[in-house]
Design a protein around this ligand. Structure first.
Ligand SMILES: NC(=O)c1ccc[n+]([C@@H]2O[C@H](COP(=O)([O-])OP(=O)(O)OC[C@H]3O[C@@H](n4cnc5c(N)ncnc54)[C@H](OP(=O)(O)O)[C@@H]3O)[C@@H](O)[C@H]2O)c1
Length: 148
């Protein structure tokens, strides 16, 4: 008899990885921060393939629009909502617009972030503050706003 276990990336069948669905995401409203590139953009495609409605968030609107265009070609529902996750006003507007456009928020992918580059430059006060604001304050504030 096959035994199944829950796993963060899907379902794991005893003896091997099963790349099947862990949950039905059809119609779920998913906010993805940092959706203009890298992991966030890939996550947007992955959620869209599963039938989710994705809200694309980052600072660079033109990059978000390119991601949304690609998703629209797949027939996916995608909204572009530029925001800086370190800015309270942007986050409040984001949640308001997402609720206005989609009616609810089911999932928040708190992905926006900056890499901590090496060398002494990483410890310059202005850079350090930007890193902490983006990687620590941003995700906490995004979660707090979305759960309100
Ligand atoms: N790639 C890896 O191997 C790796 C490993 C460990 C952890 N991570 C973490 O995983 C996350 C994504 O990594 P990635 O490689 O995909 O990075 P990436 O390609 O540089 O993407 C970062 C994303 O975050 C957005 N962003 C940055 N600051 C923002 C802000 N203040 N407000 C809103 N959006 C902001 C960027 O868009 P805009 O510039 O347009 O705002 C971009 O869409 C990051 O948090 C990174 O630190 C990555």
């Amino acid at each position: 008899m096959t035994r199944w276990h829950r796993w963060p990336f899907g379902a794991v069948r005893a003896g091997g990885l099963f790349r099947g669905r862990a949950a039905d995401l059809t119609g779920k409203v998913v906010i993805i921060t940092g959706a203009s590139s890298g992991i966030g953009r890939a996550a947007a495609h992955a959620f869209a393939r599963e039938g989710a409605c994705v809200v694309l968030v980052a600072r660079r609107a033109e990059r978000l629009r390119a991601v949304a265009d690609a998703l629209a070609e797949m027939g996916a529902a995608a909204w572009v909502m530029p925001a800086d996750v370190t800015c309270d006003h942007d986050l409040e507007a984001l949640v308001e617009h997402a609720l206005g456009a989609c009616g609810r928020i089911d999932i928040l992918v708190n992905n926006a972030g900056l890499a901590f580059g090496g060398g002494h430059h990483a410890l310059e006060p202005a850079r350090l503050r930007r890193l902490v604001d983006t990687n620590v304050y941003g995700p906490c504030a995004s979660r707090s706003s979305s759960c309100r």
